[in-house]
Design a protein around this ligand. Sequence first.
Ligand SMILES: [Zn+2]
Length: 99
Amino acid sequence: MIVKLLKYKGIIFDDWAENEDGSIWAEMCAECAEQYKNILTNELDDGGTARGSCSVYGCNHTGEDNETAHYYVDFNMEYVEFIEEEDNILECCSVSTKY
Ligand SMILES: [Zn+2]
């Protein structure tokens, strides 16, 4: 199966959302935000209302317990890259089945 992924500054996302104006955002759990905060210096938005699944490829954290509010990542389109991969190319323990 081919999965479409979004690559941003070396981070791979398996889920994202598009606004009507074409801008793209995704949810990121607090742990990933901590891990990538030095890369995502201007993109992280501590909205505090996101409760879906973390959009980082291989991360399935959810914000359902209300303890771990997610961050929003507002992508700078300059760095957004779309890639298509066989879903078994990237070694990962918890491959998303959303696609
Ligand atoms: Zn995460």
